[in-house]
Write a new protein. Structure first.
Length: 296
C-alpha cells in the first residue's frame, strides 16, 4: 500500500512516470515535434533500451530511445537535478547511438541525424532560455558543420516566452509544477493527453508492480557498492533474489517454461541478471523477452 501511495504521487518529471508515459508513441511523437520544431509522421520506441545501466555511476538511467520515419534517432532524458559535465554526457549519448548503428553494418556516410534532448528542471546555462539548441560550427567562419548531430536542452526556468512556441512554454511549466498544479487545466491538448495517461499509469496494477520492482532494483544498485568485497555466499543470495524478481515479472506475460525458469535461476552473473530484470520490466510478451534474452 505504501508503494501504491508513492506511485500515486509521482510527477511527470519523476523517472518512472516519465518513462511510463513517454513510451506511448503518440505522446513521444508530439513531444519530439514540439522539441525539435519540425513535423514527425511516426516514431518507433526501442523499449528494451529505455532502461539501461549507465557506466558513469552505479544506478539506472531511464530515458527514451526512438527513431522516426526518416531514421532520425532521438535520445530523451529527464534531468531534475543539475549534474556535472552535461555537455560531455550529451557527447557520450551521441557516440553511443552512432556506435550501435555502425556495429550493425551502417556505413558512416549513411549515419542518420541524431538528437539528444535533455528536459531540465533548472537552467543549464543560466541564460533564462526555455530552449538551448547546440550544433557544431566552424570557429573561424561561423558556418554550421552538417554532421547531423544536435543537442537540445529544454529548461523549466526560461523567461523568453516571446521567442519560443506557447505550447513549449506550457509544457515546461507543467514539468515544473508540483502535485497540485500538475493536475490543473493548462488549456493544451498535449498536456491533457499526458495527464490522462498518468492517471492510467497510477491506476494500473501492472505498473504498480513494475514500479515496486524498479524501486527494489534501485535499492539493490545503491547497496551493491556497499556490499563489494563481502562473502561470495551473500552475492549468490542476491543473485537468487534478482532471478526470482525476473520470474515474478515474467508471470505477468504468461506461463514460464521449465527450461526458461531453470536458465534464469541458474544464472549467477549479476550483470546478466540485471539485464534480464530490466528486459522483463519492458517486454510486452514472453516472445519479446526470449528473443531479446538470446541477444544478451
Amino acid at each position: 500500500m505504501n508503494q501504491n501511495r508513492k506511485l500515486a504521487k509521482l510527477l511527470f518529471k519523476d523517472n518512472f512516470m516519465f518513462g511510463a508515459v513517454m513510451v506511448n508513441e503518440e505522446i513521444c511523437r508530439d513531444f519530439l515535434e514540439m522539441a525539435v520544431g519540425f513535423p514527425i509522421e511516426k516514431v518507433e520506441i526501442s523499449k528494451e533500451k529505455s532502461m539501461i545501466y549507465h557506466p558513469e555511476y552505479r544506478g539506472i538511467r531511464l530515458d527514451i530511445i526512438a527513431r522516426d520515419e526518416n531514421r532520425t534517432h532521438y535520445n530523451v532524458e529527464m534531468q531534475v537535478a543539475r549534474k556535472s559535465h552535461m555537455e560531455k554526457r550529451a557527447r557520450y549519448y551521441h557516440s553511443q547511438m552512432d556506435m550501435e548503428l555502425l556495429l550493425i553494418g551502417e556505413d558512416y556516410r549513411e549515419l542518420p541525424a541524431a538528437y539528444v534532448i535533455f528536459i531540465c528542471d533548472f537552467d543549464p546555462f543560466g541564460q533564462k532560455k526555455y530552449r538551448y539548441t547546440i550544433r557544431n560550427t566552424c570557429a573561424e567562419t561561423g558556418l554550421p558543420i552538417a554532421d547531423g548531430s544536435t543537442t537540445i536542452f529544454l529548461s523549466t526556468c526560461g523567461k523568453n516566452e516571446s521567442e519560443v512556441p506557447t505550447k513549449l512554454v506550457k509544457f515546461l511549466k507543467f514539468v515544473k509544477a508540483d502535485l497540485t498544479d500538475s493536475v490543473r487545466d493548462y488549456q493544451d491538448d498535449f498536456i491533457r493527453k499526458i495527464q490522462e495517461f498518468m492517471e492510467h499509469v497510477r491506476s494500473s496494477r501492472e505498473m504498480e508492480e513494475k514500479f515496486m520492482l524498479l524501486e527494489e532494483l534501485l535499492k539493490d544498485e545503491r547497496a551493491e557498492g556497499r556490499l563489494e568485497g563481502k562473502a561470495e555466499g551473500k552475492l549468490e543470495g542476491k543473485a537468487e533474489g534478482k532471478a526470482e524478481s525476473v520470474l515474478l515479472l515474467l508471470q505477468d506475460l504468461g506461463s514460464v517454461s521449465e527450461e526458461l525458469r531453470n536458465k534464469i535461476l541458474k544464472e549467477q552473473d549479476m550483470d546478466i541478471l540485471l539485464k534480464y530484470l530490466k528486459l522483463a520490466a519492458r517486454a510486452e510478451s514472453m516472445a519479446d523477452f526470449v528473443k531479446e534474452m538470446d541477444k544478451i
